[in-house]
Design a protein. Sequence first.
Length: 244
Amino acid sequence: MASSSVNLEEIPSESLMNELLRRMKCAPKPEKHLILIGPPGSGKGTQSPIIKDEHCLCHLATGDMLRAAVSAKTPLGIKAKESMDKGELVSDDLVVGIIDEAMKKPSCKKGFILDGFPRTVAQAQKLDEMLERQGVKIDKVLDFAIDDAVLEERISGRWIHPASGRSYHTKFAPPRVPGVDDVTGESLIQRKDDTAAVLKSRLESFHRQTQPVINYYSKKGIVATLHAEKPLSDVTDEVRKVLS
Ligand code: ADP
Ligand code: AMP
């Protein structure tokens, strides 16, 4: 048998206990395969960690993965950077490839939350093919419905922790210490594309390319529409109702 590279004795007891409790809580959970669709700033990244913990799913956010690739200057990141800076979508093939790979992670055993994917009907069709091969089907699509007018304030006050994708807001969801991630104590950053000018083109591509994806899933009868302009905890309550 190959020797494990992890020495369990070196892991603090509290971490081991927490992992054990997590596994006991997760074992009986049914599988769930979810898609979150909504314009930039509608709250997908805020609700995802809550859904992920409650249902033991992995959170696959193509925007987070692409930003990590851009900052690591990988070939994928170099290809994606220009479109991302302009607020345009990157090519379907690039994102389909990263999602296909990411779904194989052990943390996706109980299912996944797709956040920011699929964003075009072509991506949705490719996802269907991928899932058919795995014998998996999408259970629910959460549509974060919100008026465009609300989004500029959401986007301009957003601060993120790049390593985890955690989102904060100076007014609506401030961190305990300004500019610092609550969990790791690391610095928060503002996204380069979170400006009023880039938001305009991101919204334009949302309405033109992503709105039809909601119609695509509506025909399958699996879309639940949320009132995403409500306060954060009200949206969490709506999500819980839909997924119960
Ligand atoms: P998305 O992932 O859909 O782009 P985020 O979840 O990052 O959006 O939310 C955008 C910003 O709005 C963040 O700064 C977040 O803290 C804040 N936010 C999220 N949900 C709400 C809400 N229901 N009410 C007010 N602010 C919110
Ligand atoms: P997000 O973090 O979801 O706001 O995404 C940031 C940027 O990454 C977008 O403006 C796009 O340039 C790119 N991106 C993320 N997901 C996708 C996707 N599914 N298809 C194409 N481009 C994407």
